[in-house]
Structures are given as C-alpha cells and as structure tokens.
Design a protein around this ligand. Structure first.
Ligand SMILES: NC(=O)C1=CN([C@@H]2O[C@H](COP(=O)(O)OP(=O)(O)OC[C@H]3O[C@@H](n4cnc5c(N)ncnc54)[C@H](O)[C@@H]3O)[C@@H](O)[C@H]2O)C=CC1
Ligand SMILES: O=C(CO)COP(=O)(O)O
Length: 330
C-alpha cells in the first residue's frame, strides 16, 4: 500500500520504519528545518535518535502533493494537532481512509480522536484507531509487540490489521473504537500517578495498587461512555496501562517522577521535549468525571497536583485517607 504518515515525531517515525518493510511510506512533517535535518542524516535526530530511516521512505512537507496516489493515511500527531491536520486534509478535498494513532482527549472539548474526525473530516471516510502497548523505540528496533486496531467497520479493521500485521507487530482487530480510545487516553494519567509513586519510593505494592485501581476507574469511565468492558482487559487496556506505568521509556511516567522531585510542570515539559498527553487528558477527564459523577480518585489526585498546585504529599495523603471501598463490581 501507499501509506502517508502524518506527524514525524517519535511514533510516526517508528511506525514508518516498521511499515517501510512492507509498504511505500511517505512521512510528512510540518517543518522544513525538520525535513532538512532528516534528509541530511537519514534519521529523525530530534524525536527518535539512533534509528536509521530506510532509503525507501519519502519525507515531505507538501501535503497537497503527498496525498496523491495514497491509499491510507496514518495520523501520528498529538491530539492537540489532530483537528488542524484534518482541516488541512479536508481543504484538499481528501476523503482517504484514516488510522488514528494518537492517544488522548482534546483540550477544552474533551473529545476523543474519532469525534474530532466526525467534526471536521469527510463523514463517508473509513477510519480506525490503533492503540496498545508500544514504545516507539522498541517498534523502531523491530522488537515483538501486539496492538489493537479498532473500527466501527469490521471489514475495514480486519483488512487494515492484515496489511500492517507482521510476525513482530501482531495486530488484533476490534470494533470498540470508544473503549480503545478511552483506554489509550486515560492510561497516560495513571502513568503520571505511577511515576509519582515510584519517584516517592512507595514501592512495588503501591505501583501494583495504582495500576489495578487505575484500571477500575478507566473502565468505569469507558463503560459509561459506551466502551466494552472486555476492551479494558485487552492490549489497549490493561496491556498499555502496565507498559506505561512500569516502563522507563514512558514520557508520562517520567512527568510523575519529575513532579515528585519537586520540579514544576513547565520545566518538566521542556525537559522531556515530547508530547505528554496525560497532562491534558487529566484536566478533561477531571471535568468529565465531575459532570457525570464518575469516581476517578487517581485521576483526581493527578489533576490536583498538576492544576491546583496541591503539594504531591498532600494530594497523596488525601487519596489514601478516602473511605474504605468495596472491590466488587460497581
Ligand atoms: N512515542 C510513543 O511511544 C507513542 C506515542 N503515541 C501517541 O502518538 C502521538 C504522537 O506522539 P509522539 O510521536 O511520541 O510525539 P512527539 O512529541 O515525539 O512528536 C510529535 C510530533 O507531532 C508534530 N506536531 C505537533 N503538533 C502538530 C500539528 N499541529 N501539526 C503537525 N504536526 C504537529 C511535532 O512537530 C512532532 O513532530 C501522541 O498522541 C502519543 O500519545 C502512541 C503510541 C506510542
Ligand atoms: O503510548 C505509549 C506506549 O504505548 C507511549 O507512552 P508515553 O507517551 O508515556 O511515552
């Protein structure tokens, strides 16, 4: 297939490297300087240093000429850039099928990626969402991984899954777009909490508790929004949650570690230098949970630390001092 990857960050670059073995890949960046650097070094030094770009990958800044001959568009910009990129495609009368690979809720609107597609892209276009446990660096190295590809159109999900499936990147088709998107967005918030706990040296028990109770609150939110309970026990759910809460490559977990060391958010974000979707998703999930009466204590604690400047110790004390709860199905 001719695939256009929109967004030359860590994830777009890693997926381009993986897909280039089977497909013709065009990688789009919005920045001419970034394009020049990548062309010179055959590497994305800024976002994914250390991994050569295969010669067959064409890198461009020209969206209008890039969409010619393309059969599928893979979107790997952060959620904050998704609406803008889709509007640019719409302005070019593009109705090509999309795969959304970003994980988060849009700031202010609290919309999921597929809802942004519904707002500004062709209503007849097919789309799917790709999510699951996948650090860009490991995908670029060709290490084994397994992801979920969800679409409301089951034939499309299965067809695309088949096209991008390889022995080393197994793709499982799903029909639960909402569940997969909610799981992918909210695990980033719980990873910030896990990073805080690890930074405070709270130990393995605390991390396991956060992952488990984090999964419970993600599931509550996801099911309330129409996601399937089973999705949260799958790759896009508990799979990605475990990875992001325990893996040292996670940028969201790193936000938590740095918060626990006393650094302020602006300093942390500039130190990390990549998008950390959990920071924005925490705010939107807090508003949504409050409005709909969904109990999300871990998300709420992260929100207080990030947005109400509650000292980390105080926010954690407040979470731990909550009334005892029951673990049975709520
Ligand atoms: N890095 C990873 O391991 C994975 C990331 N993701 C998700 O993929 C999305 C992108 O993440 P990364 O590539 O890691 O981020 P990154 O911070 O490494 O790169 C983001 C890229 O998007 C570009 N960009 C930002 N806003 C844009 C806009 N409005 N228009 C055009 N380009 C824009 C930036 O210039 C940069 O090239 C996020 O939603 C993330 O959660 C998903 C799975 C794995
Ligand atoms: O989504 C990811 C892994 O599946 C990447 O997580 P971070 O954005 O926290 O690095």
């Amino acid at each position: 297939m001719n695939i256009l990857v929109l967004g030359a960050g860590a994830w777009g670059t890693a997926l381009s490297i993986h897909l280039a073995a089977r497909h013709q890949i065009t990688l789009w960046t919005r920045s001419q300087t970034h394009l020049d650097e990548m062309s010179l070094r055959h590497m994305n030094q800024r976002y994914l240093p250390g991994y050569d770009l295969p010669e067959s990958i064409r890198v461009t800044t020209q969206l209008d000429s890039a969409i010619k001959q393309i059969e599928l568009i893979l979107i790997t910009v952060p959620v904050s850039g998704l609406r803008d990129v889709l509007k640019q495609l719409t302005a070019l009368n593009c109705v090509l099928p999309l795969i959304l690979a970003c994980k988060g809720l849009e700031a202010i609107s609290a919309k999921l990626p597929h809802q942004i597609v519904s707002d500004v892209y062709s209503p007849t276009a097919l789309y799917g969402v790709l999510s699951g446990p996948s650090f860009a660096q490991e995908i670029a190295q060709g290490l084994p991984a397994a992801l979920t590809l969800a679409s409301h159109d089951q034939h499309f999900a299965t067809m695309i899954a088949g096209k991008i499936h390889t022995t080393y990147l197994r793709i499982y088709a799903s029909s639960d777009v909402i569940g997969v998107e909610i799981a992918g967005a909210l695990k980033n918030v719980i990873a910030i909490a896990a990073g805080i706990a690890d930074g405070m040296a709270f130990g393995n028990n605390a991390r396991a508790a956060l992952i488990t109770r984090g999964l419970a609150e993600i599931t509550r939110l996801g099911v309330a929004l129409g996601g399937c309970q089973e999705t949260f026990m799958g790759l896009a759910g508990v799979g990605d949650l475990i990875l992001t809460c325990t893996g040292d490559l996670s940028r969201n977990r790193r936000v938590g570690i740095l918060l626990s060391s006393g650094l302020h958010l602006p300093e942390i974000l500039s130190q990390i230098g990549h998008v950390t979707e959990g920071v924005y998703t925490a705010s939107e999930a807090h508003t949504f949970a409050g409005r709909h009466g969904i109990d999300m204590p871990v998300t709420e604690t992260v929100y207080r630390i990030l947005y109400e400047k509650t000292p980390v110790q105080d926010a954690i004390q407040a979470m731990l001092q909550r009334e005892p709860k029951s673990e049975i199905c709520q």
